[in-house]
Design a protein around this ligand. Structure first.
Ligand code: TYM
Length: 337
């Protein structure tokens, strides 16, 4: 007798709050694209999360569509992955509300991202910024995923999702599947090239320490040329994030782009100095990003195709999300409509 093997489920999202960076790629999308065959995959543009910080409406709309084109250009085939826009699937907001009632004030207050964003946006510390992790828990739990591939900075939110999941299941039985975060070994925390002690971030006011997925090869080379290395006198390529954060960051980018280990990189640049190392990192990044950039530019021109992808994606996502939401409503005692 033939048994149908159901694939494990993988899900993740990115806020269209800025243009995608090398950090978004190495920390997240690259790892999604590499696993599309093994998993049933759901990837979305988290536009509802983006508005927790003020956005220019025209920019938000443009970046949401560009992000979809970039997902596809990064290798996420819409035939094999469900690609959608978060706000097109209302179950996210609906389950988000329910889960707000199962997320504790204390645990939401402890979130590093909430503290960082509140400090940066002191004039707009809104309720959405605070309850952001409940919406993220809803994004995840609606699809019952096994794995949630994210960069290091989102690990805390996935941990909180696990707590909410456990709390909810503890009261109502096994409603949600317990998700696991998947953090890549290299590239999980790409740092700013000019300030290698802070994360490379798409939402910050762009400095030349941020490499964007859509940067031209010249821009990329210029940014790596200016990258901070270190101020010690050793001036050699050695992995030590404590004393040489700039060099360690460049090494992790090179490692993620080429698949080489830190030992191999140290051996490759032994006695060569930063004048050889920095252009080599830039070349590796150019080789990795250029085909993506060209493909994304091509896809962006085909608005009808993009529309068909996000409409089909939302239908598929809604079907799964609706099933979970109905189960939740029944468990908590809402009357069926
Ligand atoms: P966001 O939009 O800030 O980042 C998207 C993904 O990119 C990773 N990332 C990085 N990885 C390495 N180095 C960096 N410098 C870097 N910058 C960003 C992030 O860890 C993330 O994986 N809340 C999420 C979006 C989201 C989501 C979800 C993710 C909403 N719902 C459900 C997973 C599941 C966020 O703001 O990511």
């Amino acid at each position: 007798m033939e048994t149908e093997v159901t694939k494990k489920v993988m899900l993740s999202g990115i806020k269209p709050s800025g243009d995608l960076t090398l950090g978004s790629y190495l920390g997240a999308i690259k790892n999604w694209a590499e696993r599309a065959e093994q998993f049933d995959c759901y990837y979305f543009m988290a536009d509802m999360h983006a508005i927790t910080v003020r956005q220019n409406p025209a920019d938000l709309r443009r970046r949401t569509l560009e992000q979809l084109a970039q997902y596809i250009a990064c290798g996420l085939d819409p035939e094999k992955n469900t690609l959608f826009i978060q706000s097109h699937v209302p179950e996210h907001a609906e389950l988000g509300w329910v889960l707000n009632c199962y997320a504790m004030f204390g645990e939401l207050s402890r979130m590093t991202q909430f503290k960082d964003k509140s400090a940066k946006n002191a004039d707009n510390i809104n309720g959405g910024l605070f309850t952001y992790p409940s919406l993220m828990a809803a994004d995840i739990l609606l699809y019952q995923p096994d794995l949630v591939p994210v960069g290091e900075d989102q690990k805390q939110h996935v941990e909180l999702t696990r707590n909410i999941c456990q709390r909810f299941n503890g009261i109502y039985g096994d409603v949600f599947k317990m998700p696991e975060p998947y953090i890549p070994k290299v590239g999980a925390r790409v740092m700013d090239l000019l300030t290698p002690t802070s994360k490379m971030s798409k939402s910050d006011d762009a400095g030349s320490g941020v490499v964007y997925l859509m940067d031209s090869p010249d821009d990329i080379r210029r940014k790596f040329k200016r990258a901070v290395t270190d101020s010690d006198t050793e001036r050699c390529v050695r992995y030590d994030p404590e004393t040489k954060p700039g060099v360690a960051n460049l090494m992790s980018i090179y490692a993620a782009a080429t698949g080489r280990s830190y030992d191999e990189i140290e051996a490759e640049f032994d006695g060569k100095g930063y004048g050889v190392f920095k252009p080599a990192v830039a070349d590796a990044v150019v080789d990795m990003l250029c085909p993506i950039r060209e493909e994304a530019q091509r896809i962006m021109k085909d608005k009808a195709y993009l529309e068909s992808v996000y409409k089909t994606g939302a239908q598929k996502a809604s079907y799964i999300a609706g099933k979970t939401l109905r189960k939740v409503y029944k468990k908590i005692g809402f009357v069926a409509p």
